[in-house]
Design a binder for this molecule. Structure first.
Ligand SMILES: Nc1ncnc2c1ncn2[C@@H]1O[C@H](COP(=O)(O)OP(=O)(O)OP(=O)(O)O)[C@@H](O)[C@H]1O
Length: 285
């Protein structure tokens, strides 16, 4: 008879990703101030927050592009400080990092480089047939199979972002972290890419977090919204119940670190940034 240890049960029930007490300063300036976040399998989380609130730094710390000063990053309950656990995460950026002269298919195959023997990863011609087949399935999943042979540089921004997502799938990432994936896209392409990220969470069980500067997109497609203010998650709410008041608190320039109004802020600062709240208070989905 096999028995499961309480520790193993705790790990299997753990969220796909948990961030606890994350701290990061640059030159003595606090950017992350004890950030807590969690992300479940099958969940699409939108990260909102004003410029400079620490969203990119948080994602960069999670994937290991920055070293946090303190805090814990757990993947399925285990510290994410080993290469195999880090490979479970893929990051997608606003600036899409594809090799433009290579085909979409080659770029997607590159997602598997971390698990290929070195000699197979040196030249695309050596990508094994099985990998190319897997990459084709990934391109098909993002609706780009018919452009597989096209050099990435000839694709539109939205198409390139979908190829970057296919590359994350080919990496077999379980967690996708997207930093402003649609900020450079037109509204239709942005809607398509965010809907795709939501589908990957809901249909494939991936854990997906995306920094968005469009509360409306978050409301339409995300399950949950976390809002960062001065490097802390001060808002955590189902996306469907996100209110104009939530957004006003998050984006008001005159909020202190606890989200309270700062009586000293002058009127110019107070009106420096007004998010588009026109649709924020409509009925939940
Ligand atoms: N490598 C770095 N060195 C110094 N300062 C940095 C570094 N990276 C980020 N910062 C600073 O940390 C603060 C938070 O930056 P971050 O990019 O995380 O914010 P953000 O919420 O993603 O903003 P945005 O919405 O504008 O992308 C900013 O003031 C930024 O200048």
């Amino acid at each position: 008879m096999t028995t499961t240890s309480p520790q193993a049960v705790a790990v299997s029930a753990a969220p796909a990703l948990a961030v606890r007490g994350l701290r990061k300063s640059f030159s003595g300036r606090t950017v992350l101030d004890g950030l807590d976040l969690s992300l479940a399998r099958g969940e699409f989380l939108a990260l909102l927050g004003a410029n400079g609130s620490g969203k990119s730094t948080a994602l960069r710390c999670v994937v290991g592009l920055e070293s946090p000063d303190a805090g814990e990053i757990l993947v399925r309950g285990r510290p994410a400080d080993t290469a195999p656990l880090r490979r479970r995460m893929a990051m997608i950026f606003q600036q899409i990092h594809l090799v433009h002269r290579r085909t979409a298919l080659d770029n997607v195959c590159a997602g598997a480089l971390g698990r290929l023997p070195l000699h197979r990863s040196l030249a695309p011609i050596l990508f094994p047939r099985e990998l190319r087949e897997e990459a084709m399935l990934c391109l098909d999943r993002v609706g780009m199979a018919d452009r597989a042979a096209e050099p990435a540089g000839r694709l539109s921004g939205g198409q390139r972002q979908r190829v970057a997502i296919a590359r994350a799938l080919c990496q077999r990432a379980e967690i996708i972290l997207a930093d402003e994936p649609v900020s450079a896209l037109d509204p239709a392409a942005a809607e398509q890419v965010v809907a795709l990220l939501a589908d990957l969470a809901h249909e494939q069980g991936l854990a997906v977090a995306a920094v968005l500067h469009q509360p409306d997109l978050a409301r339409r497609h995300a399950d949950r919204v976390a809002g960062l203010l001065h490097g802390r998650a001060t808002l955590d709410t189902p996306a469907a119940t996100l209110t104009a008041a939530d957004l006003a608190t998050l984006y008001a320039p005159d909020r202190d670190r606890d989200g309270h109004a700062d009586a000293d802020a002058d009127d110019h600062d107070r009106h420096a940034y007004t998010p588009d709240l026109r649709h924020a208070d409509r009925e939940p989905r």
